[in-house]
Design a binder for this molecule. Structure first.
Ligand code: AMP
Ligand code: GLY
Length: 415
């Protein structure tokens, strides 16, 4: 089969890597890809939201299966366009992707179908929102409703902070005109449960945990994710069953019942609170960097699963027992302003796996080309061993403009 992967980050590199282990795959294309992906796939210079060019490429190159990585491609309607052209594609339609792109849609679906999540109210009016927040305990959880590149969530510790955020979101339309969802503040460890979903059929992946803050000790600004690992010792088998049977399956059922059946990866961002497991958010795609620690543990042929989802068939994914732990190497300054174009050395000395998140080739060198640059994955019989190997590989990489966290996995290893 010829397969096209859409996207250019570590997630897409991990998808390409999983595809390259499949006996069923012939040619792998990736649009637009990056310097690491280029070693395992033919990179095609088409952007992830150039829907018509992507579709025309798939037709011209006899692509049998397309796999969508980023939310931006879903929001641009790539799945809808491919389906309209009779092409097989793995991912949700734009309507189904609203489970991620619209907080209000997701919250109302959960309320209607009794899926456990933080209590909430949605506002369009600044004064009403402010009065509501002022009458409730702090911290206040304020979520701009729409895609704000992960920057639309504010946890305000003081009323002044809350007011400033509400002004940005509702008076100054900083992210465009929209709504604000005000939620109850929940506490507990967060984790991600990604599932392959085909309408009412749900096949869970192994659990993973991301680390959103930039620095050790979960300090510093929020990022797209600085590291991840799998499995999670603090989530019991019973917790996992609850998350699957009370959250993920009912959401798939609810989407189908609402006439927007979901196909693709449904990502549950969950929190283990003292009152039980609750939903923080859903994403309509593979998580990044969770995918880079989850897919290496997949024992089954990923093409069988992608095709089962896209064709409405059956699958039974199997997983390896070993642990994976991955560390992001990010450009100094990230998630704020950062430089690009710094040379990266030592990649050939790495013993484990390196997924490229933001790199490009310049002559015969690989250089930094994004905020998150590389993702170094260690494998081991235990998480401790996986972390040791990942850190050893991180030390082999030479670049004068990267930083990383040393405490990935601390929830499982150090507490
Ligand atoms: P989201 O974009 O919805 O995942 O929110 C980003 C981050 O904000 C989450 O990963 C949580 O750490 C935090 N967060 C979101 N909602 C809540 C909530 N209701 N209570 C506490 N923390 C939250
Ligand atoms: N790791 C968080 C996300 O993919 O949204």
């Amino acid at each position: 089969m010829n397969v096209l992967v859409i996207g250019s980050g570590g997630r897409e590199h991990a998808i390409v890597d999983a595809l390259s282990r499949s006996a069923r795959v012939g040619k792998i294309f990736c649009a637009p890809g990056n310097a690491g992906i280029a070693r395992q796939a033919e990179c095609v210079p088409i952007g992830d939201t150039e829907v018509e060019r992507l579709r025309d490429f798939a037709v011209a190159h006899a692509v049998d299966l397309t796999v969508v990585g980023p939310e931006s491609a879903l929001a641009a309607g790539v799945v809808d366009a491919f389906k309209a052209a009779g092409l097989r594609i793995f991912g949700p339609t734009k309507a189904a992707a609203r489970i991620e792109s619209s907080k209000e849609f997701a919250k109302e679906l959960m309320a209607k179908y009794g899926i456990p999540t933080a209590g909430f109210r949605a506002f369009t009016d600044y004064a009403e929102a402010k009065a509501y927040v002022a009458a409730r305990p702090l911290p206040a959880v304020l979520k701009y409703d729409g895609l704000a590149a992960g920057k639309g969530v504010v946890i305000a510790e003081t009323m002044e902070e809350a007011d400033a955020a509400l002004r940005d979101m509702l008076l100054d339309d900083k992210f465009g005109a929209g709504k604000v969802v005000v939620e109850d503040f929940l506490t507990g460890p967060e984790f991600s449960l990604l599932c392959f979903v085909s309408g009412r059929k749900v096949w869970p992946m192994v659990l993973a945990q991301d680390h959103k803050r930039a620095y050790d000790g979960d300090e510093g600004p929020n990022t797209g994710g600085m590291g991840a690992y799998s499995p999670l010792p603090f989530v019991t088998a019973e917790d996992e069953r609850y998350a699957l049977e009370r959250i993920m399956r009912p959401v798939a059922e609810a989407m189908a019942a609402e006439g927007v059946p979901f196909e693709g990866v449904l990502y549950g961002g969950l929190m283990k609170t003292p009152q039980g497991i609750k939903v923080i958010e859903f994403n309509a795609r593979f998580g990044d960097p969770e995918t880079e620690v989850v897919l290496p543990r997949l024992k089954s042929d990923i093409v069988d699963i992608f095709c089962a989802v896209a064709d409405g068939g059956e699958a039974s994914p199997e997983w390896h027992d070993f642990a994976t732990l991955g560390i992001v190497l990010a450009s100094k300054g990230y998630p704020g302003a950062y430089e690009k174009g710094h040379a990266i050395g030592g990649l050939d000395r790495v013993e484990g796996t390196v997924y490229h998140m933001g790199t490009r080739t310049e002559g015969d060198r690989v250089v930094t080309a994004g905020g998150r640059v590389l993702f170094v994955v260690g494998k081991g019989a235990t998480l401790a061993e996986a972390r040791e190997r990942a850190l050893a590989d991180v030390a082999r990489i030479e670049c004068d403009n990267l930083f990383h966290r040393n405490d990935i996995g601390h929830w499982a290893l150090d507490e």
